[in-house]
Design a protein around this ligand. Structure first.
Ligand code: 13P
Length: 323
């Protein structure tokens, strides 16, 4: 099965009233952990790489690892997506390397500039059948080299933005932030904005900064020498409410990072004689599978892998963009 496009996977998710998690990776064990969860739960899956991840893995290793995943699991739709692309040059490199989806994040620019940069990427990517996600509004926290202060997405602007750019899906800001320290007290999220934005745009919506920061994994990290006091994430219930309102892609990175770290810390602490990477990366991979499989159940992605035949980029180009 070829790599799937984000547009197909999200359109199908909207039809089936579920969301697909977009899980960030930086190495083979994370990818295997996530793909094994998708295989176990029969879920479509979005694998995403940030610019930092591409630099870390080197593009070739990353793309060939994903190719291996599609060969080993032809039964699962797998999207390869660029997370937070900064400009057309980065997007071009990813499209040339085989990504089937890109995000252009010009959300820190004024509206007109965001439209101009996004439209340029849409015009380029659609020629190859590649899907485009863009963002309107800003999240808190740090992503790559950009620190954001929260600016909620305006539904009327979102309508204009989608009309003027032709994006396939839209990331919205409703009060989440990237990283492990999302809230100082109770989570405050503007989930009520989501149905309004969806109604106006009629596009699948994307939620960034959606790690839940599981408290059992946090306790494991801190018990075995970590120092992550007061880390707090987005509970599952508001994520499920967001899915009902129109969110079809949910970005999760921090949870996978914490999951590997917790397992590795525990093994290092309890079994200090171990020095074979397989003896700590293997269990970390299994812990990732367990945690991601829970997300796939919670987002109701489970069981949907076989719902449709994945379109090639060539087919997507004709069918979606008439090119
Ligand atoms: P988290 O830091 O909540 O995992 O968010 C990741 C993300 O939104 C990547 O784009």
């Amino acid at each position: 099965m070829p790599l799937a496009t984000l547009k197909q996977v999200l359109d199908e998710a909207k039809k089936g009233h579920y969301a697909v998690g977009a899980y960030n990776i930086n190495n083979m064990e994370q990818l295997q952990g996530i793909v094994n969860a998708a295989a176990q739960t029969k879920s479509p899956v979005i694998i995403q790489a940030s610019r930092g991840a591409i630099k870390y893995t080197e593009m070739n290793y990353l793309v060939h690892l994903i190719k291996a995943a599609t060969e080993l699991h032809p039964e699962i739709p797998i999207v390869l997506h660029l997370d937070h692309g900064d400009n057309l040059e980065t997007v071009k490199k990813c499209v040339e390397a085989g990504f089937t989806s890109v995000m252009i994040d010009a959300s820190h620019h004024p509206f007109e500039e965001n439209v101009r940069i996004t439209k340029e990427v849409v015009d380029y990517a659609h020629q190859f059948g590649v899907s485009v996600e863009a963002e309107l509004g800003t999240l808190g926290g740090v992503e790559e080299d950009i620190t954001g202060t929260v600016k909620l997405t305006d539904p009327d602007q979102a309508k204009l933005f989608v009309e003027q750019t032709g994006v396939d899906c839209l990331a919205v800001a409703i009060g989440t932030s990237h990283g492990a320290y999302k809230f100082k007290a109770e989570p405050v999220l503007a989930t009520d904005l989501i149905p309004t934005i969806y109604e106006k745009t009629q596009k699948p919506l994307v939620m960034h900064g959606s790690s839940s920061v599981p408290q059992d994994i946090l306790a494991q990290i801190n018990k075995f020498g970590g120092q992550m006091p007061a880390a707090q994430g987005v509970p599952i219930a508001p994520l499920q409410k967001a899915i009902e309102g129109g969110v079809a892609k949910i970005n999760v990175d921090t949870d996978s990072r914490m999951c590997m770290t917790g397992t590795i810390r525990q093994i290092f602490h309890e079994q200090p004689t171990k020095f074979d990477p397989r003896e700590y990366l293997g269990p970390a991979r299994e812990a990732t599978t367990k945690m991601i499989a829970e997300r796939m159940q919670a987002f109701k992605t489970a069981g949907h892998a076989g719902d449709y035949k994945v379109l090639s980029l060539e087919e997507a180009k004709k069918q979606y963009y008439g090119l």
